[in-house]
Design a binder for this molecule. Structure first.
Ligand code: FE2
Length: 310
């Protein structure tokens, strides 16, 4: 649904062709729930997890936001252990009321926001650079590198997102983003299918430029608590950045004025909701929030942006 072009979409800026290739996208009509088969994880898969995890330890200690680092330590993720959802999920439930819902792959926005509105975070059990991922796409060519695959994977979901779910304020915010998604879809304001699709894209833009690829001004209290000092004037809270070494280093270059490719822009929510993006490349822009509290306030104070009436 969200891929369909609506007559309002010319209002967006930064419109890019967004090819997801042959990725299987699950909807409400599919059998999308799975059980994690923890015992089936191979040594090779664990090696990929460990390699990706370790490469990010120092950069994330230095550059990620404290919400992330605090969540990481209370959740108890390590390089040596493959994430076990049945152990992690109760910790998240106790902290924020969220739980992990293992799913078969990429969910369409309808399903994604619906689950989020119920404090269920969809997680996948497959990792990039693995035989299982290659088998899933036998006969198809999809990107599958340490840095990127369009197929959702356990590394992004757990290393990138899960620590934030240990934070109650963030959990409440994320559930409310899901509820807005659900409200758009239910179309209680009778805006019609075109505006529903358009407004969903607005919410998707907001999600992309905030909790997926957002950065924040350096917070005064963060540096005292870090094991490595942060030599940029920003910190990172977007999970899409935090789960990719190259993207983290691109943000650092950008923050230090050494990037010709990407730019930092103030988080103007009116601009953010109208800005499309590319799933598959290093981002050419990042919107900078003042603080998490400011982001939450921007979201709650500007709900009408997600119910554009044409
Ligand atoms: Fe994500």
């Amino acid at each position: 649904m969200i891929d369909s072009y609506t007559k309002y979409d010319h209002l967006f800026n930064h419109v890019l062709p967004n090819a997801m290739g042959d990725i299987k996208i699950f909807s409400n009509e599919d059998d999308y729930l799975i059980e994690q088969n923890y015992d089936a994880v191979t040594g090779k898969e664990l090696i990929v997890w460990k390699r990706l995890f370790e490469k990010l330890v120092e950069p994330l200690n230095r550059y990620s936001s404290m919400q992330y680092l605090d969540g990481l330590s209370t959740l108890g993720l390590t390089a040596n252990e493959w994430p076990n959802f049945s152990e992690l999920s109760p910790r998240i439930r106790d902290a924020s009321g969220w739980e992990m819902t293992p799913v078969a792959g990429f969910l369409d926005e309808i399903l994604f926001f619906e689950l989020n509105s119920q404090r269920k975070f969809p997680v996948t059990d497959i990792i990039r650079q693995s035989e299982r991922l290659e088998e899933k796409y036998t006969g198809h060519s999809i990107a599958n590198t340490d840095e990127y695959t369009p197929e959702p994977d356990i590394f992004h979901d757990i290393r990138g997102h899960a620590p934030f779910l240990m934070n109650k304020a963030f959990g409440d915010f994320l559930a409310d983003v899901g509820k807005v998604g659900h409200e758009i879809l239910m179309d209680e304001r009778s805006l019609g299918a075109e505006l529903v699709a358009h407004n969903l894209k607005r919410l998707q833009n907001f999600a992309w430029w905030s909790y997926e690829f957002g950065i924040m001004k350096k917070q005064a209290e963060s540096d005292d608590r870090r094991s490595c000092s942060n030599d940029m004037e920003h910190e990172i809270y977007g999970s899409g950045i935090l789960s990719g070494y190259d993207e983290v280093m691109n943000v650092v270059a950008c923050s230090q004025g050494e990037s010709d490719f990407s730019q930092l822009l103030p988080f103007d929510i009116q601009q953010v909701v109208m800005t499309r993006f590319d799933f598959s490349e290093i981002q050419d822009r990042y919107f900078v929030i003042d603080s998490m509290e400011r982001l939450y306030a921007d979201f709650y104070d500007n709900q009408e942006l997600f119910f554009f009436e044409g």
